[in-house]
Structures are given as structure tokens and as C-alpha cells.
Design a protein around this ligand. Structure first.
Ligand code: SF4
Ligand code: SF4
Length: 164
């Protein structure tokens, strides 16, 4: 996994234009069974990929924290929501609550998440490759291919299964 992670930014860069064109066609004419195929590809990939050997998402990019996330996590940490915000979060240019720093403060050295049961919704869904109406998040997915080895593999496999 370490070797793959080292190569991933370049691999994603090499595929960027091809993927961009592919996603543009996909957006124009999404196949009827797209969500079904994505679900399959996602499940197959995560049977092979062990996130505990990776944690690249937690190390290099942070989630957005919704109000519900903040309330849930603050309660878990026995903090008031405002205390949690002051201690761990900042507001980004889109006015969203995000982490003050990456790697994520809640990532343990063994790649376990210290707040796993109550982690943000965005962490739960990452890399969102099984999301319904997948064609609506192709820009995000394009970015994620440079961060997440599973997302990269899923997109490569997707191009073989859904010809555009
Ligand atoms: S979701 Fe992707 S980037 Fe995050 S740990 Fe799993 S494989 Fe790595
Ligand atoms: S909250 Fe947990 S899952 Fe989310 S980025 Fe931090 S360590 Fe990773």
C-alpha cells in the first residue's frame, strides 16, 4: 500500500484528462444502471482494500463537520459543542467547519479513528463511490482519485465496465 500511495498523485495526474473526458460524457448521458454498477464496484474494491493500511484520507484531507456531527462528537468527548469547535475546528472559505489541521487529530498511530462510532458523516461516506446519482459527484471523485487508492481503482474499473 505504501508504494501505491507514493505513486498515486502521479498516477491520478496521468489519468486526469482521460477521466475528465469520461466523466463529462457520463454526466451527459448517465446509464440507467449506473448506481447499481457503482455499488458493485465499490463493494468489490473494499473487499480488497484495507483502509487500516492506508488512512490517506484522514492524513491528507479532512471532512466537513455538520452541526449534527459537531453535537454528536462533542457529546461523545464530553464537551459543549462550542468548546469542541474552539478546540478542534476552524471555518473555511466556504463557511464550513473543518479540522484545524491534517492529519486529523482523531487519527491514532495505528490508523484507527478515535471517534469511529461518532465520526462525521463525510468520513462515513468517503470516498462516496457508492453514492446514489454518482454522476453528480464526478468532480469530487476526480479529486479523490489522487487521494484514495480505492477511488482510483474504482474509476479505472468503471471505465472498463461502463463504456462511454
Ligand atoms: S477510504 Fe480510501 S484513502 Fe481512505 S483509508 Fe480507505 S482506501 Fe485509504
Ligand atoms: S474523524 Fe476519524 S475517520 Fe474522520 S478524518 Fe478523522 S480519523 Fe479519519
Amino acid at each position: 500500500m505504501d508504494e501505491f500511495l507514493k505513486q498515486l498523485p502521479q498516477l491520478a495526474k496521468d489519468k486526469h484528462n482521460e477521466n475528465k473526458k469520461y466523466f463529462a460524457k457520463l454526466k451527459k448521458k448517465p446509464p440507467k444502471n449506473l448506481d447499481y454498477v457503482m455499488q458493485e464496484l465499490h463493494e468489490e474494491e473494499f473487499e480488497r482494500t484495507d483502509c487500516l493500511t492506508c488512512a490517506n484520507c484522514c492524513k491528507t484531507t479532512g471532512p466537513l463537520f455538520t452541526n449534527a456531527d459537531i453535537e454528536r462528537i462533542a457529546k461523545f468527548l464530553k464537551l459543549k459543542p462550542q468548546q469542541f469547535i474552539e478546540q478542534y475546528l476552524q471555518v473555511d472559505e466556504d463557511n464550513d467547519h473543518v479540522l484545524q489541521e491534517v492529519p486529523c487529530t482523531f487519527l491514532a498511530p495505528d490508523n484507527y479513528c478515535l471517534i469511529y462510532e461518532v465520526r462525521p458523516k463525510a468520513c462515513r461516506g468517503y470516498p462516496h463511490t457508492d453514492r446514489k446519482k454518482f454522476h453528480q459527484i464526478t468532480n469530487l471523485t476526480l479529486k479523490n482519485t489522487a487521494i484514495c487508492p480505492a477511488a482510483f481503482n474504482i474509476v479505472e474499473e468503471m471505465k472498463k465496465r461502463i463504456k462511454m
